[in-house]
Ligand binder design. Structure first.
Ligand code: ARG
Length: 408
């Protein structure tokens, strides 16, 4: 039985129509329960539910599981109303599924943001552990993927941590955007029952049911995070290739080939890289869905949830797996040191040594470039290794300690 059976005289929807319209929103269950509890208290305050009704709502809500859902439930909201039994016939006073779904989805997104923060934290702390071990390990730094200036592996990993720290801010922002409650919006214009507003009620009833910016903010945070993971993934693929040979993949996070017995592949890094395309698609997809939608609610908005559910699952999958991969990498320090021993990577240092002696930089640049061209260039002291980063004004150990403070 639909929630609007009275309007259609009980005429059943064609099964094809029903299948098309049904929502893929099971993940909302705990959040819709949370929102329904808030609404029950509003009805109680207004005298529309008595103490026994509220107790009944609480008990029945606590017992609902996905196993109770039926094919005949259009969405999680219809299922909950049905499963509340007799008191369910009262619960929808002063609310619509329009404010109900927006309220539940906001709660979902705010939880997903908190979860992403925790997963980011675990990954960042793993990176910081590796960075601490490799704080002074020389690693070629690249621009244009050409050897540029030596850095340390610890310093490079700290750059990844910075990216993640900005991601954490974006999820915090999205979480804060989700915190207001859409309840009280009703279908679009509140209700003549004039129920007390929920805590943190949104100011405008049309906006309450039509706004999905919080979901866009979440998908944006996820898209940027995956863009970062794609850059990290790409570097992991490069570093663990035979051509670079900077690290070996841990066997518990690498995959073999069904045909080539010798292969060990960085599938985790590649999949994280690949999922960036999907993450970007989810953001642009929802933007396109919302674009030009007239206020207030339209059924188009049902499309907002699957991309958010999927992004949440991808974040929860990618970050721990990448943490295991990076945490288990076996670095070939000799190979990295050999790459850094390329004297040409010190050409900039040599030019700067001449500047310290009083030469204008452009002259120093030219002088060193000439020796590079004729093959007479000799790298200055000190060579990359412990203490080298300090000569560049970079204190890796202090940066790691400061980052740990921020992430603890
Ligand atoms: N399942 C719907 C959604 O996700 C709930 C709101 C339905 N509202 C309506 N007027 N049909 O958007």
């Amino acid at each position: 039985m639909t929630l609007w059976a009275g309007r259609t005289g009980g005429t059943a929807l064609a099964p094809e129509v029903w299948d098309f319209l049904r929502a893929d929103d099971n993940e909302l269950l705990p959040y819709d329960i949370e929102g329904t509890l808030v609404h029950a208290r509003r009805l109680h305050q207004a005298g529309l539910l008595d103490d026994a009704d509220v107790r009944e709502v609480e008990e029945r809500l606590a017992a609902i599981t996905l196993a109770d859902f039926e094919e005949s439930d259009e969405d999680v909201h219809s299922a909950i109303e049905r499963l509340l039994g007799e008191v369910g016939r009262k619960i929808h006073a002063g609310r619509s599924r329009n404010d109900q779904v927006a309220a539940a989805f906001r709660l979902y997104v705010s939880h997903a943001c908190a979860e992403a923060e925790e997963e980011l934290r675990a990954f960042a702390l793993t990176l910081l552990d590796v960075a601490a071990t490799e704080a002074e390990t020389p690693l070629p730094g690249y621009t244009h993927l050409q050897r540029a200036i030596p850095v340390s592996l610890g310093h490079h990993l700290l750059a990844w941590v910075e990216m993640l720290e900005r991601d954490r801010k974006r999820f915090r922002f999205a979480g804060a955007q989700s915190l207001q409650s859409a309840l009280g919006g009703g279908a679009l214009a509140g209700s003549t029952l004039q129920l007390p507003p929920p805590p943190d009620a949104m100011r405008n009833t049309l906006d309450a049911v039509a706004d999905r910016d919080f979901a866009l903010d979440y998908l944006y945070a996820a898209a940027v995070l995956f863009t970062h993971l794609s850059r990290i993934g790409e570097e992991l693929v490069l570093w663990t290739s035979a051509e670079f040979g900077f690290a070996r993949l841990p066997e518990n996070a690498a995959t073999g080939s069904s045909m080539m017995p010798h292969k060990l592949n960085a599938d985790v890094a590649e999949l994280a890289r690949g999922k960036s395309g999907t993450a970007i698609g989810r953001l642009t997809g929802l933007l396109a869905t919302i674009k030009s939608l007239p206020l207030a609610y339209n059924k188009d908005l049902q499309e907002d949830k699957p991309p958010v559910f999927a992004a949440r699952a991808d974040i929860a999958g990618a970050l721990p797996a990448l943490g295991i991969l990076v945490g288990g990498l076996v670095f070939d320090r000799d190979r990295m040191a050999a790459a850094c021993a390329d004297p040409l990577m010190r050409a900039t240092d040599a030019a700067e040594a001449l500047v310290k002696q009083g030469l204008p930089f452009r002259d120093a640049h030219e002088q060193v470039a000439t020796t590079v061209r004729d093959g007479s260039f000799v790298a200055p002291e000190p060579s990359p290794g412990p203490g080298y980063m300090a000569t560049r004004g970079i204190d890796v150990a202090a940066s790691i300690a400061a980052a740990r403070e921020r992430w603890q």
